[in-house]
Design a protein around this ligand. Structure first.
Ligand code: ZN
Length: 463
């Protein structure tokens, strides 16, 4: 522990200038957030002409009839235009809020509201919760019209929207309610740790964040997801038998097997698993079940179980802990820095003793350009995991030996399922490499099909 704190102190000393020098942080944040936003627009402009191509890539040619391909191109084009507009719009509103002291204003409003109900500024945690709530609700308002347009105009036009206005509103209110019910106690503990541990908060905060994530693993399926969707046990039948067989052969600790009414909101489809190491749940979208044959859904699950077999979720969680650690290690330097708050229009009295939550949010904004780079790295890792899971499905027969009978065509089945998903979702087939490297956590369909074929030929050769 002492070694850790010595290292952390070293970092703090290197960053000591933050606490004393008058740096124009606001200008820095504006410049970099606009740079990221302009770069993202540039990527969309690179990608855009690909939606005008008149035929799919060769590997996909036989799976797309002309009508479907044209539909997918038109959908991609509309989505790209919408993404370009909404990206710039969001950047503009964020930038205006930043420029005109929205953060400082929210802090003082939270303070005034608190005084009205008889609590003074010594209740910093309460004021912080009010502050975050005001920020969260007000800053999500400008995006609402876009969200409405995206759901009821764009998705509707291309036949995907199943959301009714009533469902949209109830989702929104439930989302806000949930953010408050979960967020307020989380924030209270988070800030209390700073008060209690002082500048030695890093290990305690890490321990708290990890425990919180574990609690969420339990709460999400049992409490949170049922608020939005209905999970029902998957009906007896071929599909259930196949998946249970697959799980038991792989010694996957399957506790529950659910079907989820994803079609309530949209016709996009998927499958996933979650849970604690000894008790896992698999959830399959009703849309996937309707669109694909049982043996193809089984192949999708074989891919998903590949993620489990190679411990991908655990590895991703480990990476994200490292990421959080790096952020927290840099933070102390920004925690007691009046010039930082002054740069974002906070009055002298508040800046003299920076509230932790304010310092933390401003610090997060300063990290934006760094976070863009981290997200590119995370996408690369995630794409690598997708390859591994696909290869796992192809090689499942060899892995299982005698028990793997009838699984030699798993790769082909997975390929067929991916194509069906892609066709039904009208997903884009032509993708610019730079756009994909920045945005995609999954390889493109063309890349995956080529790789699946490659894994299969390699397998055939070794047999
Ligand atoms: Zn996957």
């Amino acid at each position: 522990m002492d070694l850790l704190h010595t290292q952390l102190d070293n970092i703090q000393r290197k960053l000591a200038f933050v606490a004393v020098e008058n740096i124009d942080w606001k200008f820095y944040v504006q410049t970099f957030s606009w740079a990221v936003s302009i770069f993202e627009s540039y990527l969309l402009i690179r990608q855009y002409p690909l939606y005008s191509k008149t035929s799919p890539p060769e590997v996909l040619a036989k799976h797309f009839d002309k009508g479907v391909f044209e539909k997918s191109q038109a959908y991609g084009k509309d989505k790209a235009k919408f993404a370009l507009f909404s990206g710039l719009y969001k950047q503009l509103t964020d930038s205006l809020m930043l420029q005109y002291g929205f953060y400082a204003w929210s802090w003082s409003v939270a303070g005034r509201l608190l005084t009205k109900v008889g609590y003074g500024s010594e209740y910093q945690i309460l004021q912080s919760i009010g502050f975050v709530f005001i920020l969260f609700v007000i800053s999500s308002l400008p995006g609402l019209p876009l969200q409405i347009y995206g759901t009821f105009v764009l998705e509707e036009k291309h036949g995907f929207n199943k959301t009714t206005p009533a469902l949209f509103i109830s989702d929104l209110l439930k989302g806000w309610g949930l953010a408050f019910v979960l967020g307020a106690p989380f924030l209270a503990v988070f800030l209390y740790i700073f008060q209690w541990a002082g500048d030695r908060f890093v290990p305690w905060l890490m321990a708290f964040m990890i425990s919180f994530q574990l609690v969420m693993v339990i709460l999400y399926p049992t409490v949170i997801q049922p608020l939005f969707n209905k999970l029902s046990p998957l009906a007896e039948g071929e599909l259930r038998t196949r998946i249970e067989g697959l799980a038991s052969k792989l010694k996957f600790p399957l506790k529950h097997l659910y079907e989820i009414d994803g079609s309530k909101r949209s016709s996009h489809s998927n499958a996933y698993f979650f849970g604690l190491p000894w008790s896992k749940h698999i959830v399959i979208f009703d849309t996937l079940i309707q669109q694909s044959k049982p043996e193809e859904v089984e192949a999708v699950l074989a891919h998903e179980l590949g993620h489990w077999y190679y411990l991908h979720p655990t590895k991703l969680m480990a990476i994200s802990q490292l990421h959080i650690f790096a952020i927290l290690a840099l933070f102390p330097a920004f925690l007691h820095a009046p010039p930082l708050l002054r740069a974002f229009d906070f009055p002298k009295a508040v800046a003299a003793q920076p509230p932790t939550i304010v310092a933390f949010l401003l610090f997060q904004m300063i990290l934006t350009p760094l976070e863009a780079v981290v997200s590119i790295g995370m996408n690369a890792v995630s794409r690598h995991f997708e390859w591994e899971a696909d290869r796992f499905a192809v090689e499942l027969q060899d892995k299982l030996g005698e028990e793997g009978k009838g699984m030699s065509d798993m790769g082909e089945r997975l390929g067929r399922a991916l194509i069906t998903l892609h066709v039904k979702n009208l997903s884009t087939v032509w993708v610019d490499w730079l756009y994909s490297a920045y945005h995609h956590s999954h390889p493109t369909l063309t890349e995956r099909l080529k790789a699946l074929e490659g894994f299969q030929t390699k397998k055939a050769k070794t047999q």
